[in-house]
Design a protein around this ligand. Structure first.
Ligand code: HEC
Length: 99
């Protein structure tokens, strides 16, 4: 029993670490669009979301990428709710990942 539990916990950590976790975003895309327009257009437009070698491979990757990279560069860092809103907007409009 203990063995099974610890295996489960370990694989959860590995999944998160490798970005394979398949959690669907449930943010508000309308709020996300406003956040995007106010905070994100100073460095790039939509070309980074549609380029052939784009980094994000699923919905969660979008959020994690912004959280770990771009969010350090914006004037007022986004909280988790705003990160989810903006990632939901980007997925609905550009990435269109099903999960
Ligand atoms: C200070 C400049 C800067 C700001 C501000 C910025 N970004 Fe970025 N962003 C970048 C750069 C540079 C890249 C490309 C990084 C790379 O190719 O590794 C990038 C890449 C991305 C990507 C990854 C695209 C992909 O899948 O390859 C996403 C998503 C993203 N930005 C979202 C945002 C959002 C949302 C905001 C506003 C909250 C934002 N960025 C603000 C500089 C910025």
């Amino acid at each position: 029993m203990y063995r099974i539990l610890s295996m489960g916990a370990l694989s959860g950590v590995l999944l998160l670490g490798s970005g394979i976790a398949q959690a669907k975003l449930a943010g508000d895309p309308v709020a996300g669009q406003k956040i995007y327009q106010a905070n994100c257009l100073s460095c790039h437009g939509s070309e980074v979301f549609t380029r052939a070698d784009r980094r994000a491979k699923n919905q969660r990757d979008i959020l994690v990428f912004v959280q770990q990279n771009c969010n350090r560069a914006v004037k007022k860092p986004l909280n988790m709710k705003d990160l989810e809103n903006v990632a939901t907007f980007l997925n609905n409009k550009y990435y269109k990942f099903p999960n």
